[in-house]
Design a protein around this ligand. Structure first.
Ligand SMILES: Cc1cc2nc3c(=O)[nH]c(=O)nc-3n(C[C@H](O)[C@H](O)[C@H](O)COP(=O)(O)OP(=O)(O)OC[C@H]3O[C@@H](n4cnc5c(N)ncnc54)[C@H](O)[C@@H]3O)c2cc1C
Length: 403
């Protein structure tokens, strides 16, 4: 499957950071993690740092899948409003999702600092109503978050204009958000694990999983086999091919990044990410070297050849939208790209075992706009399941909620 088009900035900026060997002999381990993107890296790190014997495998070079195309805004604010989750499920579930995601931002911060040099920074997040029709929904969401103690401030039309120079009906300002270079974070984590003795193999494609009561046997395309007590399938948007149940539909998302811009011109954008209530939404954030990273223009099709053709046109559309919001800003695309993207109907991820494979195969499907935040939470959740411990997110993030 072709996961990306154009020139994803992290791959251009970092190049191929580390080469890992191919698997060329049979091995055994406690936990085999299939997929070495940011999800597999975070899960493997969680397991290794708690004493598990882990092997990591990827069919590509590591982090070369969707992770290299991610715009990596780290937010506790997920694509489904908290108040809508409360209506769909219940108050406790909505709070659990939002509070867990809030915790995940701190966990990602701590981990990024421990790995070092991954362009992590805390920032604020400004979420504005795209039109008057969306204003009441935003107001309800603000009231819900305020009632439950989330770090938010309300901005009406006047405050938004005075403080941010933006013309929109209203906005929610959140003081907790962050950004990172996801390709660097995943790559450096896997390299650190390898240095500490974890076996990491890339260019090793997994073809099949055979489960028994005691273990799972993984067969690779090159004819090797791995025997593991548990297998974690962290194969990103390609995970759907392992399941007969359809859990999400792949589509395409587009992004571009500018050359570095003077901090004075970026103004508050240097420390605040921006997104909106329209779906799909326009969003932007900056990087440590002052580039503006802009995303959106999602469409419902995931046909690589079509996506390849659309990259420049979509980037031009995104840039026009930026110009309309910030006429003073010269933020032309320096690199533009697109990637496969998927989300579930409720905006929540899917972590855990599926009846098709039984208890020894655990899926890590961090679908949705907050995939990286979800992967951080999934790491703790899957470790608990492997260790036979209960975890508060098991039901809400599990396949059982799909019915
Ligand atoms: C344009 C774009 C913007 C995004 N913006 C954000 C954002 O702002 N914030 C956010 O949190 N998330 C964002 N996301 C989502 C985020 O990027 C994903 O959640 C994340 O990258 C998924 O990581 P992953 O490790 O699950 O998948 P991947 O990075 O795709 O890793 C999966 C790995 O599995 C390997 N694999 C697949 N099949 C096999 C097999 N059979 N055998 C061996 N290996 C296999 C692949 O080679 C791949 O390397 C965005 C995504 C896109 C495309």
């Amino acid at each position: 499957m072709d996961l990306k088009s154009g020139y994803p900035f992290w791959a251009v900026k970092n190049g191929l950071m580390y080469a890992f060997p191919k698997l060329d002999a049979d091995v055994s381990c406690d936990v085999a993690v299939v997929g070495a993107g940011i999800t597999g890296a975070l899960i493997a790190d969680e397991l290794v740092s708690h004493g598990h014997d882990v092997v990591v495998l990827d069919q590509r070079d590591i982090c070369w899948g969707s992770t290299s195309a991610s715009t990596a805004l780290l937010q506790y604010e997920i694509d489904t409003h908290g108040i809508d989750l409360a209506r769909r499920y219940d108050q406790d579930s909505a709070l659990l999702a939002y509070e867990s995601c809030l915790t995940a931002i701190s966990q990602l911060e701590e981990l990024s600092h421990s790995v070092g040099d991954v362009d992590f920074a805390n920032c604020e997040s400004l979420y504005y109503a795209s039109n008057r029709a969306d204003h009441p929904g935003l107001e309800d969401e603000f009231a819900w978050r305020k009632r439950y103690g989330f770090p938010v401030r309300w901005l009406d039309r006047t405050a938004l204009k005075d403080e941010y120079g933006l013309t929109a009906p209203s906005a929610i300002l959140s003081s907790v958000a962050a950004r990172v270079d996801p390709y660097r974070l995943g790559s450096r984590l896997l390299r650190r694990m390898q240095r500490q003795g974890t076996q990491v193999f890339d260019r090793t494609r997994v073809d099949s999983l055979t489960t028994s009561d005691q273990s799972v046997q993984i067969s690779t395309a090159a004819g090797m086999s791995i025997r593991a007590k548990h297998v974690i399938v962290a194969t990103g948007y390609e995970s759907q091919s392992w399941l007969s149940q359809r859990v999400a539909k792949n589509r395409s998302s587009y992004a571009y990044i500018s050359d570095p811009i003077d901090r004075g011109e970026l103004r508050w954008l240097a420390s605040t990410m921006l997104w909106e209530s329209a779906r799909p939404y326009l969003y932007m954030r900056t990087t440590g070297d002052g580039r503006l990273l802009v995303g959106g223009e999602d469409d419902d099709r995931d046909t690589p050849a079509r996506r390849d053709r659309l990259v420049d046109r979509k980037a031009a559309t995104l840039q026009r939208k930026v110009s309309r919001l910030f006429p003073h800003l010269d933020a032309q695309p320096a690199f533009a790209w697109a990637g496969t993207f998927a989300e579930t109907s409720d905006g929540l991820p899917l972590f855990g075992c599926h009846p098709q494979y039984g208890p020894r195969v655990l899926f890590a499907m961090a679908f949705g706009g907050n995939g990286i935040t979800y992967s951080m939470l999934g790491a703790g959740l899957l470790r608990a399941q492997i260790e036979g411990r209960p975890h508060p997110l098991t039901g809400l993030f599990g396949f059982s909620r799909l019915g």
